[in-house]
Design a protein around this ligand. Structure first.
Ligand code: SAH
Length: 249
Protein backbone atom coordinates (compact mmCIF):
# COMPACT_ATOMS: atom_id res chain seq x y z
CA UNK A 1 0.00 0.00 0.00
CA UNK A 2 1.19 3.52 -0.74
CA UNK A 3 2.84 5.30 2.18
CA UNK A 4 3.18 8.95 3.14
CA UNK A 5 4.87 10.68 6.06
CA UNK A 6 3.36 13.59 7.98
CA UNK A 7 5.23 16.01 10.22
CA UNK A 8 2.40 15.92 12.75
CA UNK A 9 1.00 13.20 14.98
CA UNK A 10 -1.53 10.67 13.72
CA UNK A 11 -5.14 11.16 14.80
CA UNK A 12 -8.62 9.96 13.75
CA UNK A 13 -9.03 12.54 10.98
CA UNK A 14 -6.16 14.14 9.12
CA UNK A 15 -5.89 16.43 6.13
CA UNK A 16 -2.93 16.22 3.81
CA UNK A 17 -1.86 19.30 1.85
CA UNK A 18 1.12 20.27 -0.31
CA UNK A 19 3.10 17.95 -2.57
CA UNK A 20 1.66 14.72 -1.14
CA UNK A 21 -1.93 15.91 -1.70
CA UNK A 22 -1.06 16.96 -5.22
CA UNK A 23 0.63 13.63 -5.89
CA UNK A 24 -2.27 11.62 -4.54
CA UNK A 25 -5.05 13.42 -6.36
CA UNK A 26 -3.35 14.50 -9.59
CA UNK A 27 -0.63 11.95 -10.22
CA UNK A 28 -2.01 8.80 -8.57
CA UNK A 29 -5.62 9.79 -9.30
CA UNK A 30 -6.67 8.47 -5.88
CA UNK A 31 -10.41 8.35 -5.16
CA UNK A 32 -12.54 8.47 -2.03
CA UNK A 33 -12.47 5.00 -0.52
CA UNK A 34 -8.82 4.30 -1.45
CA UNK A 35 -6.58 3.22 1.41
CA UNK A 36 -3.11 4.50 2.29
CA UNK A 37 -0.51 4.04 5.03
CA UNK A 38 0.48 7.16 6.97
CA UNK A 39 3.52 7.41 9.29
CA UNK A 40 4.04 10.30 11.68
CA UNK A 41 7.00 12.11 13.22
CA UNK A 42 7.27 9.64 16.06
CA UNK A 43 7.23 6.48 13.98
CA UNK A 44 3.55 5.72 14.62
CA UNK A 45 1.86 4.16 11.59
CA UNK A 46 -1.81 3.87 10.59
CA UNK A 47 -3.97 2.74 7.71
CA UNK A 48 -6.29 5.49 6.48
CA UNK A 49 -9.13 5.72 4.01
CA UNK A 50 -9.37 8.80 1.82
CA UNK A 51 -12.70 10.50 2.32
CA UNK A 52 -12.64 13.82 0.47
CA UNK A 53 -10.64 15.88 -1.98
CA UNK A 54 -10.41 19.62 -2.55
CA UNK A 55 -8.24 21.53 -5.00
CA UNK A 56 -5.18 21.17 -2.75
CA UNK A 57 -6.04 18.83 0.11
CA UNK A 58 -7.01 15.24 0.84
CA UNK A 59 -9.05 14.34 3.93
CA UNK A 60 -8.50 10.93 5.52
CA UNK A 61 -10.01 8.87 8.27
CA UNK A 62 -8.18 6.34 10.41
CA UNK A 63 -9.03 2.69 9.71
CA UNK A 64 -6.64 1.23 12.26
CA UNK A 65 -3.23 1.77 13.75
CA UNK A 66 -0.62 -0.62 12.41
CA UNK A 67 1.71 -2.27 14.85
CA UNK A 68 4.84 -2.15 12.78
CA UNK A 69 8.27 -0.83 13.37
CA UNK A 70 10.71 -1.10 10.53
CA UNK A 71 13.42 0.81 12.39
CA UNK A 72 16.62 -0.90 13.45
CA UNK A 73 17.48 -1.32 17.15
CA UNK A 74 20.75 0.49 16.45
CA UNK A 75 21.27 4.04 15.25
CA UNK A 76 23.67 4.47 12.35
CA UNK A 77 25.13 7.68 10.96
CA UNK A 78 26.73 7.65 7.54
CA UNK A 79 29.31 10.41 7.15
CA UNK A 80 30.10 10.52 3.46
CA UNK A 81 32.72 12.75 1.85
CA UNK A 82 31.21 14.29 -1.26
CA UNK A 83 31.58 11.98 -4.25
CA UNK A 84 31.49 13.14 -7.86
CA UNK A 85 28.34 13.72 -9.90
CA UNK A 86 25.08 12.46 -8.49
CA UNK A 87 26.53 9.47 -6.61
CA UNK A 88 25.34 10.82 -3.28
CA UNK A 89 21.78 10.45 -4.57
CA UNK A 90 22.33 6.72 -4.98
CA UNK A 91 24.12 6.45 -1.63
CA UNK A 92 21.27 8.31 0.11
CA UNK A 93 18.69 6.00 -1.43
CA UNK A 94 20.62 2.90 -0.38
CA UNK A 95 21.31 4.32 3.10
CA UNK A 96 17.57 4.81 3.57
CA UNK A 97 16.77 1.27 2.47
CA UNK A 98 19.46 -0.03 4.81
CA UNK A 99 17.86 1.72 7.78
CA UNK A 100 20.41 4.48 8.34
CA UNK A 101 19.18 7.37 10.52
CA UNK A 102 21.41 10.27 9.52
CA UNK A 103 23.46 11.10 6.46
CA UNK A 104 26.15 13.73 6.86
CA UNK A 105 27.70 14.97 3.61
CA UNK A 106 31.27 16.08 4.26
CA UNK A 107 33.76 18.18 2.31
CA UNK A 108 37.27 16.80 2.57
CA UNK A 109 40.74 17.44 1.13
CA UNK A 110 40.33 15.19 -1.91
CA UNK A 111 36.74 16.05 -2.80
CA UNK A 112 36.49 17.18 -6.40
CA UNK A 113 33.10 18.83 -6.03
CA UNK A 114 32.78 22.15 -4.22
CA UNK A 115 29.41 23.83 -3.76
CA UNK A 116 28.76 27.47 -2.84
CA UNK A 117 26.23 28.08 -0.03
CA UNK A 118 23.25 28.33 -2.38
CA UNK A 119 24.09 25.19 -4.35
CA UNK A 120 24.84 23.34 -1.10
CA UNK A 121 21.33 24.11 0.18
CA UNK A 122 19.76 22.97 -3.09
CA UNK A 123 21.78 19.74 -2.95
CA UNK A 124 20.83 19.08 0.67
CA UNK A 125 17.15 19.50 -0.21
CA UNK A 126 17.55 17.16 -3.18
CA UNK A 127 19.24 14.48 -1.05
CA UNK A 128 16.55 14.83 1.62
CA UNK A 129 13.96 14.33 -1.11
CA UNK A 130 15.81 11.20 -2.27
CA UNK A 131 15.70 9.90 1.30
CA UNK A 132 12.00 10.69 1.67
CA UNK A 133 11.13 8.93 -1.57
CA UNK A 134 13.21 5.88 -0.69
CA UNK A 135 11.66 5.83 2.80
CA UNK A 136 8.15 5.70 1.31
CA UNK A 137 9.12 2.99 -1.14
CA UNK A 138 10.87 0.70 1.33
CA UNK A 139 8.44 1.16 4.21
CA UNK A 140 10.50 3.02 6.82
CA UNK A 141 8.63 4.00 9.98
CA UNK A 142 10.83 7.13 10.30
CA UNK A 143 12.64 9.06 7.63
CA UNK A 144 16.40 9.64 7.84
CA UNK A 145 17.76 13.16 8.05
CA UNK A 146 20.26 14.52 5.56
CA UNK A 147 22.33 17.16 7.34
CA UNK A 148 24.02 20.14 5.73
CA UNK A 149 27.47 19.74 4.21
CA UNK A 150 30.21 20.11 6.84
CA UNK A 151 34.01 20.12 6.74
CA UNK A 152 35.34 16.62 7.58
CA UNK A 153 37.91 17.65 10.18
CA UNK A 154 35.43 19.87 12.06
CA UNK A 155 32.84 17.08 12.08
CA UNK A 156 35.40 14.56 13.37
CA UNK A 157 36.36 16.93 16.19
CA UNK A 158 32.74 17.48 17.17
CA UNK A 159 31.92 13.79 17.13
CA UNK A 160 35.01 12.84 19.11
CA UNK A 161 34.50 15.47 21.79
CA UNK A 162 30.72 15.67 22.12
CA UNK A 163 29.41 12.20 21.61
CA UNK A 164 30.46 9.65 24.16
CA UNK A 165 28.06 6.78 23.59
CA UNK A 166 28.79 6.36 19.92
CA UNK A 167 31.23 4.02 18.17
CA UNK A 168 32.85 5.92 15.28
CA UNK A 169 35.12 4.42 12.64
CA UNK A 170 36.77 5.71 9.49
CA UNK A 171 36.89 3.27 6.58
CA UNK A 172 40.42 3.87 5.38
CA UNK A 173 41.79 2.30 2.24
CA UNK A 174 45.33 2.20 3.71
CA UNK A 175 44.39 0.49 6.96
CA UNK A 176 46.19 -2.83 7.15
CA UNK A 177 45.59 -3.94 10.72
CA UNK A 178 42.03 -3.59 11.96
CA UNK A 179 39.09 -4.87 9.96
CA UNK A 180 35.56 -3.50 10.38
CA UNK A 181 34.53 -6.91 11.72
CA UNK A 182 37.01 -6.69 14.56
CA UNK A 183 36.03 -3.09 15.31
CA UNK A 184 32.35 -4.03 15.56
CA UNK A 185 33.04 -7.09 17.67
CA UNK A 186 34.63 -4.86 20.29
CA UNK A 187 31.87 -2.20 20.35
CA UNK A 188 28.94 -2.68 22.67
CA UNK A 189 27.26 0.58 21.67
CA UNK A 190 23.84 1.07 20.14
CA UNK A 191 24.98 4.05 18.08
CA UNK A 192 27.46 3.91 15.23
CA UNK A 193 28.97 6.40 12.82
CA UNK A 194 30.97 5.38 9.78
CA UNK A 195 33.07 7.78 7.71
CA UNK A 196 33.69 7.08 4.00
CA UNK A 197 36.12 9.02 1.82
CA UNK A 198 35.65 10.49 -1.66
CA UNK A 199 37.04 8.91 -4.86
CA UNK A 200 40.47 10.35 -4.07
CA UNK A 201 40.49 8.77 -0.60
CA UNK A 202 41.54 10.50 2.63
CA UNK A 203 44.63 12.73 2.84
CA UNK A 204 47.36 11.77 5.29
CA UNK A 205 46.42 14.80 7.40
CA UNK A 206 42.82 13.59 7.67
CA UNK A 207 43.84 10.06 8.61
CA UNK A 208 46.22 11.50 11.19
CA UNK A 209 43.52 13.80 12.59
CA UNK A 210 41.17 10.85 13.09
CA UNK A 211 43.95 8.92 14.81
CA UNK A 212 44.71 11.82 17.16
CA UNK A 213 41.04 12.07 18.06
CA UNK A 214 40.94 8.36 18.89
CA UNK A 215 38.71 7.50 15.92
CA UNK A 216 39.95 4.14 14.61
CA UNK A 217 40.63 3.42 10.94
CA UNK A 218 39.13 0.20 9.70
CA UNK A 219 39.59 -1.88 6.59
CA UNK A 220 36.86 -3.30 4.37
CA UNK A 221 39.25 -5.88 2.94
CA UNK A 222 42.14 -6.06 0.51
CA UNK A 223 40.42 -4.61 -2.55
CA UNK A 224 39.92 -0.89 -3.10
CA UNK A 225 36.19 -0.29 -3.35
CA UNK A 226 34.58 2.64 -5.07
CA UNK A 227 33.24 5.22 -2.63
CA UNK A 228 29.61 4.13 -3.18
CA UNK A 229 30.48 0.44 -2.85
CA UNK A 230 32.40 1.16 0.35
CA UNK A 231 29.47 3.14 1.80
CA UNK A 232 26.85 0.51 0.93
CA UNK A 233 29.09 -2.31 2.18
CA UNK A 234 29.92 -0.60 5.48
CA UNK A 235 26.27 0.24 6.20
CA UNK A 236 25.23 -3.33 5.35
CA UNK A 237 27.94 -4.83 7.54
CA UNK A 238 27.03 -2.69 10.58
CA UNK A 239 23.32 -3.34 10.17
CA UNK A 240 23.96 -7.07 9.75
CA UNK A 241 26.33 -7.39 12.70
CA UNK A 242 24.56 -5.05 15.11
CA UNK A 243 21.12 -4.26 13.74
CA UNK A 244 18.24 -5.85 11.89
CA UNK A 245 19.58 -6.99 8.53
CA UNK A 246 19.79 -10.66 9.38
CA UNK A 247 16.08 -11.26 8.88
CA UNK A 248 12.88 -10.89 10.90
CA UNK A 249 13.15 -12.29 14.37
N1 SAH B 1 41.75 6.64 -4.34
C1 SAH B 1 41.95 5.76 -3.27
C2 SAH B 1 40.69 4.95 -2.99
C3 SAH B 1 39.53 5.68 -2.47
S1 SAH B 1 38.14 4.68 -2.38
C4 SAH B 1 43.06 4.80 -3.58
O1 SAH B 1 43.25 4.52 -4.75
O2 SAH B 1 43.68 4.33 -2.65
C5 SAH B 1 36.98 5.75 -1.60
C6 SAH B 1 36.71 5.48 -0.14
O3 SAH B 1 36.11 4.20 0.02
C7 SAH B 1 37.92 5.44 0.75
O4 SAH B 1 38.36 6.70 1.17
C8 SAH B 1 37.43 4.60 1.92
O5 SAH B 1 36.65 5.38 2.80
C9 SAH B 1 36.54 3.60 1.23
N2 SAH B 1 37.25 2.36 0.90
C10 SAH B 1 37.41 1.80 -0.33
N3 SAH B 1 38.05 0.62 -0.25
C11 SAH B 1 38.30 0.42 1.07
C12 SAH B 1 38.92 -0.65 1.80
N4 SAH B 1 39.41 -1.70 1.21
N5 SAH B 1 38.95 -0.53 3.16
C13 SAH B 1 38.45 0.55 3.78
N6 SAH B 1 37.87 1.57 3.15
C14 SAH B 1 37.78 1.51 1.81
Amino acid sequence: MRRIFISDLLKENITITGADAHHLSRVMRAKAGDHIVVADDEGRVGEYVMTGFTEDSVAMELVNYIDENTESPVEIILAQCLPKGDKLELITQKATELGINTIVPLSSDNCVVRYDAKKARVKQEKWQKNANEAGKQCGRSCLPTVQEIQPLQKWLEEMATQQEDIAICMCYENEEQTGIKEFLASSGQKRFAVVIGPEGGFSLAEAEKARQLGIPSVSLGTRILRAETAAISAMTIIQYEKGDLGGRS
